[in-house]
Design a protein around this ligand. Structure first.
Ligand code: HEC
Length: 240
């Protein structure tokens, strides 16, 4: 049978090259985690949120809290029937579109405009434009930002994974385990990035964002540690 090169038997210059690359990738990964923590996790933790909630807020947004909904939960809502409130909430969740305003307009006219007229000094609530101002809704990361971050990650990460994967493919561990550890980072990044998008529509995908990220870290770590171990520490049977 053809003997494939294994990590132990590589020449010293190649080992040094691979090792430098793997260590640099390991350090880069630690910085990526630190960045993620400082950017996404720490600010939310200060607000008392866990990882899952922070992920939801980032990709799904905070759809419950517009000025209008806050007011409706308070004493402004006392004039509204539960049905009317639901109608308004649904309209807000759809992104408060112009077309949908016709349906909710009478509710504002009947219950709010008495006080919230243009002359009142309060925020006027008589036209679409006026109501729109208090329905600005947090839909999470915009499609534009998501497209940018998604393509950069998919292009960039696959280059990293093909290099670490190629090094790791020379490992001597069981071939099936090797297949899994090589394919897993790719699967995990599809899962992770796909879920960024799906979370917008279905909040359960916030879990897969986290699971995908964790699996990727595990597989990536395994590739680096096992490769380094086999290059420098592992002894062949003949040497034992
Ligand atoms: C009886 C008069 C009255 C009616 C009717 C009324 N409001 Fe108000 N609204 C006020 C006053 C006065 C304030 C400002 C003081 C306050 O915040 O309580 C206010 C404040 C608000 C605010 C807060 C604005 C901000 O800065 O976030 C919103 C939103 C609001 N009203 C929405 C509504 C809606 C929606 C309705 C109809 C369902 C409504 N109001 C009906 C008198 C009224």
């Amino acid at each position: 049978m053809k003997r494939f090169p294994n990590l132990r038997d590589l020449s010293l210059p190649v080992k040094v090259l691979f090792t430098s690359f793997l260590l640099t990738m390991g350090i880069a990964y630690i910085f990526a985690l630190l960045y993620l923590y400082l950017l996404d996790i720490e600010p939310h933790r200060e607000m008392g949120m866990g990882l899952l909630q922070a992920t939801l807020l980032k990709y799904y947004g905070n759809r419950g809290d517009t000025r209008l909904e806050k007011a409706m939960r308070g004493n402004m809502g006392e004039r509204l029937t539960p049905d009317e409130k639901r109608e308004i909430s649904r309209w807000i969740e759809d992104g408060a579109p112009t077309e949908g305003f016709l349906k909710v307009e009478p509710i504002f006219k009947q219950n709010c405009a008495v006080c919230h007229s243009p002359e009142s000094g309060l925020i006027p609530l008589t036209t679409y434009e006026e109501v729109r101002i208090i329905t600005d809704i947090d839909l999470g990361e915009s499609i534009r930002v998501l497209s940018r971050v998604s393509h950069i990650h998919l292009f960039g990460m696959s280059f990293i994974f093909i290099l670490t994967g190629m090094i790791f493919s020379m490992s001597e561990i069981n071939v099936y385990s090797r297949l899994i550890v090589i394919a897993l980072p790719f699967v995990a990044i599809w899962m992770d990035i796909g879920s960024w998008w799906f979370t917008k529509f279905q909040t359960a995908f916030a879990y897969t964002v986290i699971i995908g990220g964790a699996l990727m870290g595990l597989a990536f770590g395994a590739q680096i540690f096992i490769s380094l171990y086999e290059m420098w520490l592992k002894r062949g049977e003949e040497e034992v």
